[in-house]
Write a protein that binds this ligand. Structure first.
Ligand SMILES: Cc1ncc(COP(=O)(O)O)c(C=O)c1O
Length: 409
């Protein structure tokens, strides 16, 4: 517990003493006394958490993935002997051009371009979307947060379609919004009628759709998307894994539609998860406001350099993509052979499996003992008995299979 005296010292300029109160204007008096009462609870103790916004006090802490080095120490194994398949990273790494470009970086002492002009121009060419509609972020994660910051007033609603990527509800809650969950049905198909009904009843501002969806890898059907785009709502289509899918991206449709936003990332296809580069295509009359709330230097010089170098080698990106898609099919076949697993068809770089006759947590723990790191779910209820395994190299699949074969019932 922080001592009373210490905290008063920390907040010198907002002293609670009576004599100093007299020197303030009445408005200042008011806010100073509010601070005083925050500093002192009824028992006289002080807590700096009394200053925290109410909706933040209620937030559930985010459970992040354990970093590689920490994992290595925990498992008492060198990093090279850990098969990390828990975060849908790309183990092939980026094209060699990225390492060359990072080695040659010339001006690390100069702030980066706040508009990521070179990268946006390269993306415009790659995606066939005007540069004016594109914005680059510190991962697609940042763009989700920026969008919610721009759109949500406290108490405004979004529609989420669980089981899905956790950051939509996480960022909505940070931005004091309310999440309406419209759960997916069989085979993780979105419930279009229920979404339409929720839009009518609750007038939410945003709908988050993920295609392919994380954690199951299913695609949103075109008819469903087109129907939902007719609703009076902003539709965010998160295509973080679209390069691994058989379906096309909708990013080119953004400029001609009023309410479609498409998010993409360099984390998966280009294997740059550690450098944090994502991008989004936004309608022209919305993007201006995203620019206004963005931190000026959100994309570092290193991140922009790496992303540009990755784009300069499309044949490497395609080759790695093809290897992962090929390996996905092989891994699916091998997983199907275990009678305690029921894998779901995936259009992404991971496979979700229902676990039968034992808990998903137990399977994850058994694999971890053998240095194979996967993800298990304890919620939401639709996937509470599931594990998700990222698709890696053939040797990674072999390690998964041999670890699964060693599990004792
Ligand atoms: C569906 C989805 N969207 C976005 C992201 C985050 O992407 P980024 O690494 O660019 O922040 C992820 C990361 O796993 C994801 O699964």
């Amino acid at each position: 517990m922080i001592s009373h005296v210490g905290s008063i010292r920390n907040f010198k300029g907002l002293s609670c003493s009576r004599s100093q109160h007299k020197t303030h204007t009445s408005r200042k008096n008011h806010s100073a006394s509010r601070l005083c009462s925050r500093l002192q609870s009824s028992s006289g103790d002080i807590s700096s958490s009394n200053f925290v916004r109410k909706h933040i006090l209620d937030l559930q802490p985010y459970t992040p993935i354990v970093p590689f080095e920490v994992l290595s120490e925990k498992l008492q194994r060198p990093i090279t002997e850990i098969v990390k398949l828990d975060a849908n990273e790309n183990p092939y790494g980026p094209p060699p051009d990225v390492y060359d470009a990072l080695r040659d970086i010339k001006y690390p002492h100069i702030y980066p371009d706040p508009e990521s002009r070179r990268l946006r121009a390269a993306l415009a060419a790659e995606c066939a979307v005007p540069t004016e509609n594109l914005l680059v972020g510190c991962g697609a994660d940042e763009l989700i947060d920026l969008l919610l910051r721009v759109v949500l007033e406290p108490g405004d609603k979004i529609i989420n379609t669980p089981p899905t990527f956790g950051m939509y509800s996480f960022d909505c809650n940070i931005n004091a919004g309310d999440v309406i969950d419209i759960c997916r049905g069989l085979s993780f198909k979105i419930d279009v009628e229920a979404i339409e009904a929720a839009v009518k009843t609750h007038s939410p501002k945003l709908l988050f759709l993920t295609s392919p969806n994380n954690p199951d890898g299913s695609l949103i059907e075109e008819d469903d998307l087109l129907r939902l785009l007719r609703l009076p709502i902003l539709v965010v289509l998160d295509e973080a894994y679209i390069e691994f899918a058989s379906a096309k991206s909708y990013i080119t449709q953004v400029p001609s539609r009023k309410n479609l936003i498409v998010l993409r990332t360099f984390s998966k296809r280009a294997a740059l998860a550690g450098l944090r580069v994502g991008y989004g295509a936004f309608p022209s009359d919305l993007i201006e406001y995203i620019w206004r709330v963005k931190q000026p230097y959100n994309v570092s010089a290193i991140a922009e350099t790496a992303a540009l170098a990755a784009l300069s080698n499309p044949s490497y990106l395609q080759e790695v993509r093809d290897k992962i898609v090929f390996e996905r099919a092989r891994m699916f076949g091998l997983l199907s052979e275990f009678d305690f697993l029921e894998p779901f068809t995936s259009e992404s770089n991971f496979i979700l499996c229902r676990v039968k006759r034992m808990s998903a947590e137990y399977v994850k723990a058994c694999l971890l003992e053998r240095g194979v790191v996967i993800r298990h779910y304890s919620s939401p209820k639709e996937i509470a008995d599931c594990i998700r395994i990222s698709v890696g190299r053939p040797e990674d699949t072999d390690a998964v299979v041999s670890a699964l074969a060693s599990i004792k019932l």
